[in-house]
Every structure is written in C-alpha cells, then in structure tokens.
Write a protein that binds this ligand. Structure first.
Ligand SMILES: NC(=O)c1ccc[n+]([C@@H]2O[C@H](COP(=O)([O-])OP(=O)(O)OC[C@H]3O[C@@H](n4cnc5c(N)ncnc54)[C@H](OP(=O)(O)O)[C@@H]3O)[C@@H](O)[C@H]2O)c1
Length: 285
C-alpha cells in the first residue's frame, strides 16, 4: 500500500509511520514543515504528485487551550484542513482515515461512551475535531473515523509526550498534584497505530472508538507513571478546579471499543500493560 500520512512528526503519526515501515508499506510523511493542510492547492498538488492509494490524516492543532485563544487557526487547521484532505482523497478516489478525539462526546454520561452516543463537545478544540469528522464524511467517498483516548507515547523529545512531562515534573518536586475528578482512557500510540492499520487492512469503514482497555482518573494515570519510573515523588489527588485552564474539559472521557468488539477485531491491551511496556522500553528500566 502507498500511504500519504499527515501529522507524521507527532506522537501518533511517528508511530503510524514506524508501523507502516514494519509492515512493508510505502509511505510519505507530512508535517507543518512540508505541507500546509489549511491550503487546498498545496494539499491537492502533493496528493497528485505522490498518488497514494490511502490517506491517513493525523495532523491537527492539538493544544486544547491554544485553540480557545486562536480560534481562526484552530478552525483553519482542524476543520478546513480535514476538508482539504478529504476532498483531495476523493479527487483521486482513495479512502481516508481521520483521527478524531474522545472529547467529541462532551460530558453527558458517567459511564464509558460508545459510538452511538450523542456528540456534544464542550470546548472549541473538540468542536473543531467533531466538525473535522463531519467534513470527512461529507467530502470523502470512503472513510474511517478513529476516536482515541488520552494519548501517551512518542520519543522523549516530543513536545506532547505526557509521560516525559510528568517524569520531569516529578524529578523536580517532592509532591505533585493530579486531578482525581477527570477520568479517561489512556491510550498507547503504538497500540493505536497497530489497531488503525489492522482496520485499514481489513477494509473497515465508519466510526470506531479506539482506546486501551480500562479507565483511569488523571491521578491514577500519573501515579502509575511515577510508580513505574520508580520515583519517590508523592502524587496527591486534587480537584481539577485547582488547575486554571482556558478550555472547559469534560469530567468523563472514557470510551468503550464497542464497534471493535462488535466486529470482533479489538486488539487493544489494558492501558497499564501498555504503559509498563512503554516505560520499560523508553527508559530502559
Ligand atoms: N494527544 C492526545 O492526547 C490526543 C487525544 C485525542 C485525539 N488526538 C488526536 O490524535 C491526532 C494526533 O495527535 P498527536 O498528539 O500525535 O499530535 P502532535 O504530537 O501535536 O502532532 C501534530 C501533528 O500535526 C502537524 N500539524 C499541525 N499543524 C499543521 C498544519 N497546519 N499543516 C500540516 N501539519 C500540521 C504537526 O506538524 P509539526 O510537528 O511540524 O508542527 C504534527 O505532525 C490528532 O488528530 C489529535 O487531535 C490526540
């Protein structure tokens, strides 16, 4: 397969690129240095030159608070960018996979969301991610929409590396605080990349939640990281109100892989097993 991959320098995109390589696919990776997804002419010409037979769109403006501050940029990248990718895919008749977010569901449930639940995003970032889904559905002929959870993975130099950010914070403080009233589905980028490529290989289309098994509060998530890193730092549970944020964040972002289970193709391990694998490999512990 010849794959056009956006967001290739990101924590997820770089693992999708690695998995594509391992599976022997040809791919070309794009990031903000070599494509402007907000510009249709740029997208269209790059797609026409490479002539892929599949497009995976993992690029996005991912800083949730910045999306509140710069709504024009968030709309241009996440909504118009996704429309441009879908339109370019349709123009050469190839399918597209769009990476969405667990945040599109909003905050109406206490239990895990399934793909049939209503979507009601709370902040501008999640609103643009949902609008991106709708553009992909409207403009592309064949699509796969993936809703992942709280991502962890990447190299220690990745800006968005959640584990490395907590390691640095824990290394500098005897006590760190983490919200015990925010719950979600930690999701390892390597597992997610493998599951996405499995769905693509199987020709699946439609919308799929793709998260590691098990939910955790932010506090439980951070405590597991600190424990696995064998750091002495104490992690204290705290109310999220103590962290001042521009964006309104949902209390519950837990997802159930209902569609994967229905189709009997769920290969996602428990997040604690994957976190152990990631930390052991990354920090040679
Ligand atoms: N991280 C999470 O917890 C999380 C949770 C749910 C869903 N997601 C979704 O998963 C996907 C991957 O996220 P991630 O965490 O891997 O993101 P990331 O590490 O922040 O990487 C974002 C990627 O998008 C590229 N990009 C940004 N603006 C662009 C533009 N105008 N034109 C072209 N490329 C552009 C970046 O390129 P540069 O490196 O050159 O800037 C980078 O390759 C995104 O769709 C995100 O919304 C992430």
């Amino acid at each position: 397969m010849k794959v056009f991959l956006t967001g290739a320098s990101g924590i997820l995109g770089s693992d999708i690129a690695k998995q594509l390589e391992l599976l022997g696919h040809i791919y070309r990776g794009f990031d903000s240095q070599n494509i402007d997804i907000g510009n249709y002419k740029d997208v269209q010409s790059k797609v026409e030159i490479f002539k892929p037979d599949y497009i995976i769109h993992a690029a996005a403006m991912t800083n949730v608070d910045l999306c509140e501050d710069d709504r024009d940029a968030a709309f241009r990248i996440n909504v118009i960018g996704s429309q441009n990718i879908a339109q370019a895919a349709a123009s050469i008749n190839v399918p597209v996979t769009y990476i969405s977010s667990c945040g599109v569901y909003g905050n109406d449930k206490k239990t895990s969301y399934t793909e049939t639940d209503v979507t009601k995003p709370l902040n501008f970032h999640h609103t643009t991610k949902l609008a991106g889904e709708r553009k992909v559905m409207e403009y592309s002929k064949k699509y796969l929409i993936i809703r992942p959870g709280w991502l962890f993975g990447g190299t220690i130099t990745h800006k968005k590396n959640f584990v490395e950010a907590r390691r640095k914070e824990a290394a500098q403080n005897a006590i760190i605080n983490s919200a015990s009233d925010k719950i979600g589905s930690p999701t390892y980028t390597v597992d997610l990349a493998k599951q996405i490529l499995m769905l693509i290989a199987g020709g699946y289309t439609g919308t799929f939640n793709v998260v590691n098994e098990g939910c955790a509060t932010r506090y439980e998530y951070v405590r597991e990281i600190v424990n696995l890193l064998k750091l002495n730092t104490i992690v204290e549970p705290i109310d999220s109100g103590a962290f001042k944020r521009k964006a309104n964040m949902p209390d519950n972002e837990c997802l159930e892989n209902a569609n994967l289970n229905l189709k009997q193709v769920n290969i996602m391990p428990h997040w604690k097993d994957s976190m152990k694998e990631y930390i052991t490999k990354t920090y040679k512990l």
